[in-house]
Design a protein around this ligand. Structure first.
Ligand SMILES: Nc1ncnc2c1ncn2[C@@H]1O[C@H](COP(=O)(O)OP(=O)(O)OP(=O)(O)O)[C@@H](O)[C@H]1O
Ligand SMILES: [Mg+2]
Length: 264
């Protein structure tokens, strides 16, 4: 389904992503972990063609993604929706309009200028918001919502594109533990119920272990771990984070587990 072969991104002398190679056979929920600067964001940005790779091949369902141009590239970008740490909503615009912006690439300039949305899209937006438990927020300005609600609006906007893949770059890094859990639960449900692939950069081990089927660990641009949460032992984590024996998992932990008493 997805194959990544020696994908590399070089900035000057620095290999931000260095020969990344892995394959995914079926839609999975994948967590990418690693310390700051490991190359996690750069990898996601290459994947949805926000930035060009320096070399390598990335294929999805037979499509040669890194070679796509023009309309084919835009179609791919619509197939793999991106979610960001800072939500990237239009703060003063109402929630439902923010969600409808997920369909922008399908609409004419005139329709966009006058904010004209087909009735069927409006229904779909409300349905998606309802699915995420925030339909009653639809008329409010985005800026009036809590962080967790705003991130769910961003997920709703992504779902309007009906994407095959959701790429999430630190989707819960700005959220408190309760909201973080609500957002991760939403991503997991979307993966399980819709069969969409989710690839999320996560800065905490416990979240990756708890929500993902597979964890990829990056260090200095290289993939140094690729396995199941069970295989992600403290030793493996220490290697990914490049830490010595004093490495403590708690330092990479949100308090979600502590909150619920779930053993790590
Ligand atoms: N536009 C750029 N120009 C030059 N160097 C860059 C650029 N973007 C990223 N880098 C470098 O590439 C490396 C990987 O950065 P990246 O943002 O992918 O890391 P990350 O794993 O997402 O880190 P974080 O956890 O802090 O978000 C870093 O050394 C960074 O300084
Ligand atoms: Mg990053």
């Amino acid at each position: 389904m997805l194959s990544v072969e020696n994908v590399t991104k070089t900035f000057g002398q620095n290999n931000a992503v260095d020969s990344a190679t892995f394959t995914v056979e079926r839609p999975a929920m994948i967590g990418i972990i690693g310390r700051s600067g490991a190359g996690k964001s750069t990898f996601l940005r290459m994947m949805n063609r926000l930035t060009d790779a320096t070399s390598g091949v990335l294929k999805f369902d037979g499509r040669d993604i890194l070679q796509l141009k023009g309309a084919a590239k835009r179609a791919w970008q619509s197939d793999c929706a991106m979610i960001f740490q800072q939500f990237n909503l239009v703060p003063r615009m109402d929630v439902v309009s923010n969600v409808l912006h997920g369909t922008l690439n399908k609409r004419s300039t005139v329709a966009t200028m006058f904010n004209l949305f087909p009735q069927s899209d409006i229904h779909m937006a409300i349905e998606i918001l309802d699915r995420l438990g925030i339909a009653e927020q639809a008329p409010k300005r985005a800026e009036a919502l809590s962080g967790g609600q705003q991130q769910r609006v961003a997920i709703a906007r992504a779902l309007m594109q009906d994407p095959k893949i959701i790429l999430a770059d630190e989707p819960i890094a700005s959220l408190d533990p309760m909201n973080a859990q609500v957002v991760m639960d939403a991503l997991r449900r979307i993966h399980e119920e819709d069969g969409r692939m989710v690839i999320a950069n996560l800065h905490t081990l416990d979240t990756a272990r708890r929500y993902c089927d597979r964890v990829i660990g990056m260090r200095d641009g290289r993939i140094v771990f690729d396995g199941t949460p069970d295989q992600l032992t403290t030793g493996a984590a220490r290697d990914i984070y490049g830490a010595d024996a004093s490495f403590s998992e708690a330092a990479t932990s949100t308090s979600i587990d502590a909150l619920e008493g779930v053993p790590a």
